[in-house]
Every structure is written in C-alpha cells, then in structure tokens.
Design a protein around this ligand. Structure first.
Ligand code: HEM
Length: 414
C-alpha cells in the first residue's frame, strides 16, 4: 500500500518519526516521486543495503552524467573534489583512499582526550556567566570544528571561513529541500576551499608537523600515497564530515535530554553512564538521517506483505537510518528515549565498508562535551520550544538551540 510522504513539509522536517513508523509498517520499500528514488525504512533492509556491493555509493558520476558540457564546467571543482571523497567511492578507489586516510586519522584520536577536554572547558567558560545562549553557535559547532582543524593542521583562526564553505557544500551534499542555487553555492565553497588547502599543503611540505596533512604528504612523496588533489579532497572531506554531524549529535542529543527530564536527572546522578547515553542519543535522533545509494543492477526487497519489489538498475535509494533506528523488530519501545538501553545496534554511523571513520572521535567529543555541560550547568533548560530545524533531508539538526543556564557551577567540582 502506498503511503503519502512529503519530506519537504515543515512538519515532516520537525518531526519525521510518525511518517517513518507508517512507512516501515505499510510501505517499507516506498517509491517517492518527490525524491526521485526508493525510500527504505526497515532496519534489516537498510543494514543489508549499506553492505550490498550491488548498490553503489557513487552518486557523483550519475549526477555528472545528467549535466551537459556547459553545466559540468560550471561545477568542475565540485565534481572533481566530491568524486575523490571516500564516502562517494566504490572499490577499488574507496578501499585505497579509505585505508590511507584511516592511517593518518585514526591513531590520533586516542590521545585527544585532554585536548578535547580543554576546548570544552574554554567554551563553557565563555557561556557560563550568561543567562541564555545558543548551544549550537556557542558550543556544538566550535567544539568539533576546533578539534578537527587542529588534527588536520589548519589554524583555528580560519574557522569562520571553514564554516561558510562547509555551509555552502552542505546545501548540496545534504540534499537541501528548498534552498535555491545549491550547485552554484557548493561550487564556490569547494573552489575556495581547494585554493586554501593547496596553500596549506605547500606550507606543510616545506615544514612538516605532527598533523594529518603532514601524515598524508609523507607517503605521497614515496609514490605510495594519495595524490595532491586527493589529499586536498580528503582534507575537505574530513573537515566537512568532522563537524556538521558532530554538531548535530550534540544539538539533537541535548535537545532530547532537555525534553526528557527524568532521563536527564538519572544521567546527572550517574555521569559514568555517559557512553551509553550518547549511543541512545545517536539512535533516538541521529545526525545522518538518510544515506543514498545507486543500484548497479536490479535488486529485490520485500514489501509489507512479503511480495517482492524490484529496484531497477540505475535507480536511486534513500536508506533512512533514523527510521531503521526505531524499528520495533530490533529495538524494544523504539519511540522511547531510554538512556540505559542495552545492545543498542543503531545504524547512525552507517554499516559495512563505509562505516564512519570518525565514529571514535564523534563519541569522544559528545561524551566529554555533554558530560561537562551537565556538570557545569546544573540548571540547563530549553529557552525556546520548538527549535527551528535545518532544511536538509540527509543531515538532521537544528539551526539554533536557545538554552538558559541561569548560574554556572564551579569547574573544579565533579
Ligand atoms: C556524530 C557524528 C557523525 C555521524 C553520525 C557520522 C555518520 C557517518 C555515516 C552514516 C557514514 C557512512 C556514509 C555512507 O555509508 O555512505 C560516515 C562516513 C564517514 N565519516 Fe562520519 N559521522 C560522524 C562524524 C564523523 C567525524 C567526526 C569524522 C571525521 C573527522 C567523520 C568522517 C567520516 C568519513 C571520512 C566517512 C567516509 C568513510 C568511508 O566512506 O569509508 N565522521 N559517517
């Protein structure tokens, strides 16, 4: 049975979960004329699709194929850069680029705890005396952006420019539903970012340091690493993937906490449960709502009655992680926000070969960041309900989250 579903409606953007439940139960392999693709909402389908080699992560080639030569020239930097992002690549490019990026990125995460804690304390110092502040602009954005800039090896002083560029790219990559001139904005953002990183790369080549850019350059020079264009593209990917999503984890997570006072109170008295709490925040209202795939051949899924539905070669699929994360087949009381939930196998970081490279970093930042907010701001409360949600189908988060803090606690306590 077909279900009416229009993800562009403001009420769907604010609260998509009732529609997700209807789709999962009645039309789990839903054809959306509006999105121009299949919408999958059941946990088992979404997870299987994420690991299915017949479904390609490369949505840049089909996008380019739709454009004429003049249009391609207008978005040349965008196509070249996104085409080198591991997240949009299939094997063998994906395997090689991910492995090299992983080698430069992952070993740095373990030692970051004191750096993250220091940034968190400084950001809270900045808001603690204020009656009200915007949790996104004053905390959830600058925390991951500062951390990833430091890891890559770009000056924190340039963060404002990164924010502008990343916002421009996000309207394109995040499938903004109602923003005009998406391509033009994204092309400008990518173009300026490429110019910026080329200069940075030259500086790092001349004077290597202990950061990701230097680590990516070293094997390049022995002919075994990423090319210069790939290093630039991968740095932009890390910078982009490394903050928008984590900002939204902190934003959506704190919003859920403040809307569930009993859960919040329980966490305040048992802060050692923060790791489990972050997993539930990821499941309950994850920052990455939908992943896109393109079918390389015909693939069948079952509809609600068990009858086969055929996805044709070339069709686009939207895998709704946030719908899968509330599938009653997998999660008890899935619509409830329960911080003590066990065996929380949510799909918010994806699954299979593209599983999020930054998951350990995102978890670390959220645990330390939200933990410190609760410890230092004992009266944290929502100052505005409901908040305004961003116009995006892929990235789910609020534009701003006004909170009141009333009075700050002494930072030495706890
Ligand atoms: C809460 C925060 C985050 C969420 C929810 C998230 C989510 C995801 C998801 C769902 C994917 C899979 C994409 C796909 O299957 O098409 C992914 C991939 C990726 N993420 Fe994250 N991410 C987060 C934070 C980060 C951070 C902090 C970084 C790096 C600094 C990062 C870097 C990446 C990279 C490089 C990939 C591509 C991996 C690949 O294609 O092999 N992410 N992320």
């Amino acid at each position: 049975m077909a279900v009416a579903y229009d993800p562009r409606l403001p009420e769907e953007i604010a609260d998509p979960f009732p529609s997700f439940a209807r789709l999962r139960a009645e039309d789990p392999v839903h054809w959306s004329e509006i999105l121009g693709g299949w919408v999958l909402t059941r946990y088992r389908d979404v997870r299987a699709a994420l690991a299915d080699r017949r479904l390609s992560a490369d949505r840049i080639t089909p996008f380019r194929d739709h454009l004429d030569l003049r249009q391609r020239a207008e978005v040349a930097d965008l196509l070249a850069t996104l085409g080198m992002w591991a997240v949009f690549n299939d094997p063998p490019d994906h395997t090689r680029r991910r492995a090299l990026l992983n080698k430069a990125f992952t070993p740095r995460v373990a030692s970051l705890r004191p750096t993250v804690a220091a940034i968190v304390e400084r950001l809270i110092d900045g808001v603690a005396g204020r009656a009200e502040f915007d949790l996104i602009a004053d905390f959830a954005y600058p925390l991951p952006a500062t951390v990833i800039a430091g890891m890559i090896g770009v000056p924190a002083a340039d963060l404002d420019r990164f924010k502008r560029w990343s916002d421009d790219i996000a309207v394109f990559v995040g499938s903004a539903l109602a923003t005009p001139d998406k391509r033009g904005r994204a092309e400008r953002g990518v173009h300026e970012m490429r110019e910026y990183f080329r200069v940075m790369l030259a500086e790092h080549r001349a004077r290597p340091r202990d950061d990701i850019l230097s680590a990516l350059i070293a094997p390049e020079e022995q002919g075994k690493g990423l090319s210069e264009d790939e290093i630039v593209a991968s740095s932009i990917l890390l910078l982009f993937a490394g903050h928008e999503t984590t900002t939204n984890l902190i934003g959506n997570g704190v919003l859920a906490l403040l809307r569930h006072p009993e859960e919040l109170a329980a966490l305040r008295v048992a802060p050692q449960r923060m790791a489990d709490a972050v997993e539930e925040m990821l499941r309950y209202d994850g920052p990455t709502q939908a992943m896109t795939r393109i079918a390389l051949e015909d693939v069948e899924f079952e509809d609600a009655s068990g009858a086969p539905r055929r996805v044709r070669r070339g069709d686009r699929l939207f895998l709704l992680l946030n719908a899968a994360n509330r599938d009653p087949e997998i999660f008890a009381e899935p619509e409830r926000f329960r911080l003590a939930r066990r065996d929380n196998r949510h799909l918010s970081f994806g699954y299979g070969p593209h599983f999020c490279l930054g998951a350990p970093l995102a978890r670390l930042e959220a645990e330390i960041g939200i933990g410190a907010l609760l410890r230092r701001l004992p009266r944290l409360a929502l100052a505005e309900e409901p908040p305004a949600w961003s116009d995006s189908f892929v990235l789910r988060g609020v534009k701003a989250l006004r909170v009141s803090a009333a009075r700050s606690a002494d930072r030495r306590r706890g």
